[in-house]
Ligand binder design. Structure first.
Ligand code: COA
Ligand code: AMP
Length: 631
């Protein structure tokens, strides 16, 4: 079978295609059909099935005699620790934590926020929630209290599971004060804060809600999987939209299991038993799908890496992990490879390692620039594959399905649609555009299994954000084109979302924080090109009448505000004071033009601009802080 056979099978008979994939999963009740469309344009999959993701990720492998195979390899250069966990050991830990949660009255449908670093306990916590039908919401450790509080108020968790600390190369991140502050800010108050104490820094458990992980788990009874219906939510994962209120992407048990299992063999080309490494974080969708769920459901060994591509201790870190653990497939963001390439341009450190087991590098999260792909191909001597997806979809929309056939390489493209995705390019009125023409990228409804059925407690926002602009289609928010061979090319976002080191940020969210400074009259944040991180946020701040900022106090305070409220992950380090912002006559800020000026690109003077003079003032301000950068 070749890719076109598989894709056409899906296209001609989607029910048959997906019902065949259902066979690879264990169910307590098999679904009677695939698509449930009675509530269109809200669609869902395998609703009447019954089963449990945790069973498929762990128990069934043990039941089938794979209990002694490694499920997880934990490799932590920041602590100097490593651990190897078999499926049987993982089952014991997860079943006991599930038992502990159950004994604390965390039940089917309750929400649990997980705020943890890259340690096995983070994955154990996710799986324990899945086991009892609780709905987890993992919050990335690089987000600060305010962001955590927004998620607490939206998800209304009964319990927070955390660790005493995370470890960044330059500091220890103490989670407990961040959680206590978040709970103080939030209206909703979780009953339990379960803390996993790490030797590097202990938390003081000084609140009535605080519980020590070891205390409750050690003697907890092992809890069996609770069968849940196919459409029961497995998790909520918040992602940036155009405002400071993140969107709670919902993922349900059945479709997610079916589709992730399919991708491991067909897209990533791995066999059960092989070592798969997603160098991401459990706080992101890549971490949910490819550190935790897909490798385990498929019976692979998943690497949990607590470190960075460079500096822990050097730019050979990835090669060491590949070599030590015989990794067959690595999945990471292009920015990680740009960092390695910059630190070790000739990949000299690679000579120290045997990476003969390594077969494929997959990149996603941001556009993979051809230079980085070619560099990686040259040094690693394996295929380097860009593929495109979003938190919303949970798995790749387009890619090169090397488990089916390796399609010809095209740099700058993220390859072809996976089964389930009918990708089109449209103009602003929704008219389909011919091959090669740039437009909004949309996907014909219904979306395939594993994608979001809606947003948490926000059906109307789901419709307004994704479905209303182009009826009958899901609006991806990305712009691009499809070439004559059907390859999809992702070029830009159509909204105010920017992508910083593979992390998705809302410029609107950053602006809301800066506008909260008492001396700020108004502001704009745009994403400018950055050689390492892809994009970096730059702020333009107008002060209230009578306020001056010769000392840079306001700028420094705004930077600190973003760090305190959104978190260090925003990497917001540059802002300039301007007299006015460039706007159209109707008052819309001309962000796209500001980006072009900062990037040193040519631009057309917008016909609707209120005052053209402002653009040269903006250019002067940017020049003073080194933009555009000389390349
Ligand atoms: N907890 C607390 N703080 C965190 C954090 C976490 N889990 N992750 C990042 N941060 C902090 C960092 O310490 C840094 O803080 P600083 O301003 O004090 O230095 C800030 O957030 C920015 O972090 P990061 O984006 O990691 O930038 P960096 O300059 O430290 O490293 C790279 C640059 C390229 C090495 C890094 O961005 C990277 O590894 N990227 C891979 C991206 C990735 O995995 N994306 C996931 C999508 S697939
Ligand atoms: P996230 O939801 O954080 O995974 O971010 C999804 C967004 O990242 C997409 O909508 C794109 O804008 C961008 N993105 C992800 N993968 C790619 C890719 N391979 N090429 C270009 N952009 C990508």
């Amino acid at each position: 079978m070749v890719y076109s056979d598989i894709y056409n099978h899906w296209k001609s008979d989607p029910e048959d295609f997906w019902m065949k994939q259902v066979e690879a999963i264990d169910w307590t009740r098999k679904p009677s059909k695939g698509l449930f469309d009675h509530n269109a344009p809200f669609y869902s999959w395998f609703d009447d099935a019954q089963g449990n993701t945790c069973w498929n990720a762990i128990d069934r492998h043990v039941a089938k005699g794979r209990g002694d195979q490694l499920a997880i390899i934990y490799d932590s250069p920041v602590t100097g620790q490593q651990a190897r966990i078999t499926y049987r050991q993982l089952l014991e830990s997860v079943a006991k934590l599930a038992g502990a949660l159950d004994s604390m009255n965390v039940q089917l449908g309750d929400r649990v926020i997980i705020y943890m670093p890259m340690i096995p306990e983070a994955v154990i916590a996710m799986l324990a929630c899945s086991r009892i039908g609780a709905i987890h919401s993992v919050v990335f450790g690089g987000f600060a209290s305010h962001e955590l509080a927004i998620r607490i108020d939206d998800a209304k968790p009964k319990c927070i599971i955390s660790a005493s600390c995370g470890i960044e190369p330059n500091r220890v991140v103490h989670y407990k004060p961040l959680i206590d502050k978040a709970i103080a800010i939030a209206d909703h108050k979780p009953h339990i804060n379960l803390v996993f104490q790490r030797g590097q820094a202990l938390s003081e458990l000084n609140q009535a809600r605080d519980v020590d992980w070891v205390d409750v788990v050690t003697n907890a009874p092992a809890k069996d999987c609770v069968p849940v219906s196919g459409d029961h939510p497995l998790y909520i994962l918040y992602t940036s939209g155009t405002t400071g209120q993140p969107k709670g992407v919902v993922r349900t048990h059945a479709g997610h299991m079916v589709v992730l299992n399919w991708t491991m063999k067909n897209l990533y080309g791995v066999e059960p038993g092989e070592v798969f490494w997603a160098a991401s974080d459990v706080g992101w969708v890549v971490g949910h799908s490819y550190i935790c769920y897909a490798p385990l459901i498929h019976g692979n060994t998943s690497v949990i890496y607590e470190g960075k591509p460079i500096g822990t201790p050097d730019a050979g870190a990835f090669w060491r992990v590949i070599s030590d653990h015989k990794v067959s497939t690595l999945f990471t963001a292009p920015t990680a490879f740009r960092a390695i390439k910059r630190a070790d341009p000739e990949a000299k450190l690679l000579q120290d390692y045997d990476i003969s087991h390594f077969r494929t590098l997959f990149l996603a999260g941001e556009r993979a620039d051809p230079d980085t792909i070619i560099w990686a191909e040259k040094h690693l001597k394996v295929p380097v594959i860009d593929h495109w997806w979003q938190t919303e979809t949970g798995w790749a929309i387009t890619g090169n399905p090397i488990g089916i056939e390796m399609l010809p390489v095209k740099y700058g493209s993220s390859y072809v649609p996976m089964p389930g995705y009918d990708v089109r390019i449209v103009d602003d009125e929704g008219n389909e555009l011919p091959k090669g023409k740039l437009g909004s990228i949309v996907i014909k409804l219904p979306l395939p299994p594993g994608t979001l059925p809606t947003l948490w407690n926000a059906d109307l926002r789901f419709k307004a954000s994704y479905l209303d602009q182009f009826p009958g289609y899901y609006n991806t928010g990305d712009a691009g084109y499809i070439d004559n061979d059907g390859y999809v090319n992702i070029m830009a976002r159509t909204d105010d979302v920017i992508n910083v080191a593979g992390h998705r940020l809302s410029t609107g969210g950053l602006e809301e924080v800066i506008a909260g400074h008492p001396d700020v009259a108004e502001c704009a944040v745009v994403g400018v090109a950055d050689e390492l991180k892809g994009q970096l946020p730059v702020g333009f701040i107008c002060l209230n009448a009578g306020v001056e900022d010769k000392s840079g106090r306001v700028v420094a305070e705004c930077i600190q505000l973003v760090r305190d409220q959104i978190g260090p992950v925003a990497a917001f380090k540059l802002a300039v004071i301007v007299d006015r912002l460039p706007k159209t006559r109707s008052g819309k800020i001309l962000r796209a033009v500001m980006v072009k000026i900062a990037n040193g690109e040519s631009y057309k003077m917008p016909a609707t601009i209120d005052d053209p003079e402002i653009l040269s003032e903006i250019a002067d301000h940017l020049k003073q802080v080194g933009y555009p950068k000389v390349r």
